[in-house]
Every structure is written in structure tokens, then in C-alpha cells.
Ligand binder design. Structure first.
Ligand SMILES: [Zn+2]
Length: 245
């Protein structure tokens, strides 16, 4: 039977020794009764309806993902922090934050294409807002190491190699310069080495500000790898995981 859904199915004419694919012969044949010797062939051009629908939905989703219209952008929240009081306020990507506020962003902090010279500004605001919230609860937080130059990271890595004896062993504690997120301005060490109890506050509450503890073996190392309010991803075993990613 001809397809009644408007989809252009190829048509074949069976002759004693020949099967001719001949959509050309019956381009407008849908809804008409075809001669008995005409069959509809299942070919890769004639997929089952469900598959076709799934493909169309996937295409629409892909198209939507490439274009954020103002209507949907309003739904993307941005967390703003007051620069003086560090109170948080939810805005959206269209309205943005006020002049008296700093944005904590609406996504994981992106990698810079160039080598930065300082800590990522949004990461710094995220920490400041978290620090103020911790202070209100009587917990003291401080960045003990943030941005490091590549040269500094190389020096630290070489020291670690001497201490731990091998590249792999050293990389568990100090990532090589091209791997570490400190020279990218995207990592902070908090309360190292003497404040694990206070740093625990940040491990539990950091997600509200877009901060997550990254490694199981480093209680002090935090990154802005989520949007504020998202759930932190599972911690990595140690920095050697980055060597293979
Ligand atoms: Zn670190």
C-alpha cells in the first residue's frame, strides 16, 4: 500500500525479470490506488515511522541547542553577589547583574584560550561570596594558593618529582604545568595546610557558589567546575586522572 503520511517512499515496478525503482514514474501517486504490480520497497530511504520521528526530534533538539532565543535565555539563571555585602541574588542571562553586583556566572568556568596572568575573576568572586557566607557561620576560609605561573608550577612539579621519586608519583600531588588548572587561573587551594576542618565547610557548601572539591586526595583544592547551585561531580582519585583526559 502507498504511504499515507506524505513521506516520499520509493516505488518499484516488478516485471518478470526486473525490479525498477521508479519514483519518477509515480511522483504524485500517494492516496491513489496503484496498479497491482507496483510494490513499496523497504529501503534505507524508507525507515520505520518511529525511527523517522526519533530522528526528527533529535534534529530539532540539535537545532534548538545551537540557538538560545531570548525567551529561553530568560530561563537561564545567573547568580549575582553584592560586591559589598556578598548577598546572593538570582537574575538571568538577559538581565545580568547590577553594577553593584558581580556575576558568579551561569556555567562551569571555561578554559582560557590564552595563558592568563591571574586568577579567573569569576572564580575569585565565587570564593569571596563563599568566604563571606562561611564567616557568617563562624568559619574562616582563605585562599592559600590560587593562580600560579607555568614557571612556578614547573618548579613545584620538579620539587615533587625529587620528593616522590617519579613523574607518576609526583603527579598525584602536584600536576605537571601543562595539566594543572592553577596556571589556567581556574583552581584555588583553601586553608592549606592547617585548616581541613574549615575547608570541609566549602566542600559541603561550595556548590551554592559554583565551587567544588576536585580530588579525593586533596581536601584543599577547589575549582569552579559547575554553575552555582549545580551538584558537584564525583571527585577524581587524584591529579593523575587529568594526565589521561
Ligand atoms: Zn591545588
Amino acid at each position: 500500500m502507498p504511504s499515507d503520511n506524505g513521506w516520499s517512499a520509493p516505488v518499484g515496478i516488478r516485471t518478470p525479470n526486473l525490479l525498477i525503482r521508479s519514483q519518477m514514474l509515480y511522483p504524485l501517486s500517494y492516496g491513489r490506488k496503484l496498479p497491482a504490480n507496483i510494490i513499496i520497497r523497504k529501503t534505507s530511504q524508507n525507515p520505520p515511522d518511529t525511527l523517522r520521528i526519533v530522528k526528527r526530534i533529535a534534529l530539532i533538539v540539535a537545532l534548538l541547542a545551537t540557538q538560545v532565543s531570548p525567551a529561553t535565555a530568560v530561563d537561564i539563571p545567573v547568580i549575582c553577589t553584592d560586591k559589598a555585602s556578598y548577598e546572593l541574588r538570582i537574575s538571568n542571562v538577559v538581565k545580568g547583574c547590577l553594577e553593584t553586583e558581580a556575576s558568579l556566572g551561569e556555567a562551569p568556568l571555561p578554559y582560557s584560550l590564552t595563558s592568563p596572568k591571574k586568577l579567573n575573576e569569576t572564580l575569585e568572586w565565587r570564593f569571596k561570596a563563599a568566604q563571606a557566607a562561611a564567616k557568617r557561620e563562624g568559619v574562616s576560609l582563605a585562599i592559600t594558593s590560587g593562580y600560579r605561573s607555568l614557571a612556578r608550577q614547573e618548579y613545584l612539579f620538579n620539587q615533587a618529582k625529587k620528593k616522590y621519586g617519579s613523574f607518576e608519583a609526583a603527579a598525584k600531588w602536584v600536576a605537571p604545568p601543562n595539566i594543572s588548572h592553577h596556571p589556567m587561573g581556574l583552581a584555588i587551594d583553601v586553608n592549606y595546610p592547617k585548616g581541613p576542618n574549615s575547608a570541609k565547610w566549602l566542600e559541603l557548601n561550595g556548590y551554592k557558589f559554583g565551587l567544588c572539591r576536585t580530588f579525593k586526595n586533596e581536601w584543599w583544592h577547589f575549582e569552579g567546575n559547575i554553575a552555582p547551585g549545580w551538584k558537584c561531580p564525583k571527585m577524581m582519585k587524584d591529579a593523575t586522572v587529568l594526565l589521561n583526559s
